[in-house]
Design a protein around this ligand. Structure first.
Ligand code: COA
Length: 240
């Protein structure tokens, strides 16, 4: 059914476009409008910065060309970036319109990338391939926000479970994954070729189940509260 244009609020259309929900399947279920960060699909223009963070963070970094392939060519890839939200205290209609037009033209407001994450969808399983936050922005909830974005997106594209590998020594990442219901189901011996370290295989239960969704909703609400309070503390400084 086609709605008459008058039935649609122009302001809500602009909001959807500027909030990053205009990219087909991508829809973050957490309301991020009053948070200091925004999570959006990675674009080709983001790749050089992402590759540079990757080199800072991982001992066996992916090349920029690998990220470019994921973003441009791999039909099974879903990649996100987190940035500071760029908003004035009371965005004008003109500001929203400019922002929306930039987005439609495929251009991004140039705010710093704080982290990124991605998964591959294989049959009905989402396989998290990467998740990283820049060293300068750790411990602010950005890693968790990216994981929430991945889980939301995995639900959106009808994945039923999520899996990943993590170094046995990476207790920080394991703690984050456990918080979101991942459990260790296997060990891959000598998985990492740089030092021969083992990988833990971690899996979720069925992400569409009522118990997973109810816990996920609770964690999402807690994260939102945490990020909102960090916004109040930092309002002005992230408003660049
Ligand atoms: C793992 C990583 C993404 C976490 O990002 P972050 O933004 O610092 O984490 P958050 O502030 O969102 O914290 C979320 C959760 O992570 C875990 N965590 C974060 N820092 C931790 C620390 N220093 N010690 C233990 N757990 C920690 C906790 O479970 C935390 O939840 P809590 O605040 O309720 O305790 C980040 O440390 C990182 O980029 N590491 C390097 C790359 C990497 O190892 N990626 C994972 C590959 S599998």
């Amino acid at each position: 059914m086609t709605l008459p244009l008058s039935a649609l609020s122009i302001s809500s259309i602009l909001q959807r476009i500027t909030e990053g929900n205009a990219d087909g399947e991508w829809l973050m279920h957490m309301d991020c409008r009053d948070l200091p960060y925004v999570v959006e699909p990675m674009q080709l223009a983001d790749v050089p910065t992402v590759a540079s963070i990757e080199r800072d963070v991982f001992p066996m970094p992916w090349a920029a060309s690998a990220f470019a392939y994921e973003v441009q060519a791999n039909p099974h890839s879903y990649y996100l970036v987190a940035r500071y939200r760029q908003l004035s205290a009371a965005p004008s209609f003109q500001g929203k319109l400019t922002s929306a037009l930039h987005r439609l033209a495929g251009r991004r407001r140039n705010t710093e990338i704080l982290g990124y994450a991605g998964f591959w969808l294989m049959a009905s399983q989402a396989h998290i391939s990467t998740l990283a936050v820049t060293p300068r922005h750790l411990h602010r909830g950005i890693g968790e926000l990216l994981l929430v974005g991945l889980i939301d997106w995995a639900c959106e594209v009808r994945a039923t479970t999520i899996t990943l590998e993590v170094r046995t020594s990476n207790l920080v990442a394991q703690s984050l994954y456990r918080k979101y219901g991942f459990e260790t189901t296997d060990v891959r011996k000598g998985y990492y070729s740089d030092n021969g370290e083992d990988a833990l295989v971690m899996n979720t239960k069925t992400i569409t189940s009522a118990s997973f969704q109810s816990n996920f909703q609770h964690l999402r609400d807690e994260l939102r509260t945490r990020l909102r309070s960090s916004r109040s503390a930092r309002v002005g400084s992230w408003n660049d």
